[in-house]
Design a protein around this ligand. Structure first.
Ligand SMILES: [Zn+2]
Length: 219
């Protein structure tokens, strides 16, 4: 739209949402400091067969993703199945030991009570390697049928890529937990899907704001 009438329209068009790379969806990510712990509840279950599964709260997801080994925040979904082509897969073939190959990550909504502010909903994302907290959770779900029917204590140890999470399950709920007012993020919209045509620029950082002063200026 090239003609804007009224402040609301102008605001929508001119004030970009902060998390524009996520398609306008503002995601709150879990943020714990090294050695910080919190009481959490898993909002999503891992499987529909769980007796505590609720379609409103939906399931956690596991996604095959690539990231630029030199810039791990440049991470997006592998598109070889959806588009038949994928820049990350091409890089992995070209440079097999470079760290470009696709890896599985899981995404889940948490209700976080860190004792500092009112409990809030945040997304937690982790690799699914053998030593990962995800593996503990998966074993737990297979064993007991559910992860969402109790409060857990979660503790973060380490920083950046050298981070682990320790999860300790609390006792199961004796009464049905009241989930009213708790709104999880749509995880399928939280993960970043970049169309093939834009993947090279995205992964390699060509889409970053130019450093030079000759953009966005009328001469
Ligand atoms: Zn791929």
């Amino acid at each position: 739209m090239s003609i804007l009438k009224g402040l609301k329209e102008m605001e929508k068009a001119l004030v970009r949402p902060a998390a524009s790379s996520e398609g306008g969806l503002k995601v709150r990510w879990l943020k714990l400091d090294d050695q910080q712990s919190a009481k959490i509840r898993f909002i999503n279950e891992l499987d529909e067969d769980s007796p505590h599964y609720d379609p409103e709260r939906d399931l956690a997801i596991v996604v095959s993703e690539h990231s630029n080994p030199k810039d791990y925040k440049r991470k997006a979904v592998c598109t070889v199945d959806s588009e038949g082509r994928c820049f990350g897969c091409e890089m992995a073939r070209k440079e097999p030991k470079s760290g470009w190959r696709a890896r599985f990550r899981f995404y889940i909504n948490l209700l976080v009570d860190d004792g500092l502010e009112d409990p809030y909903v945040a997304v937690w994302s982790q690799g699914v390697g053998k030593q990962s907290a995800f593996n503990t959770l998966r074993e737990y779900a297979v064993d007991t049928g559910s992860i969402g029917n109790r409060t857990w204590r979660m503790k973060r140890q380490g920083t950046a890529t050298d981070t682990t999470y320790i999860l300790l399950p609390g006792d199961p709920d004796t009464e049905k937990y009241d989930w009213s007012g708790v709104e999880p993020f749509n995880l399928e919209k939280v993960v970043r899907e970049v169309p093939y045509a834009e993947q090279e620029a995205f992964y390699l950082g060509f889409d970053a704001p130019a450093q030079s002063n000759n953009t966005n200026i009328d001469w």
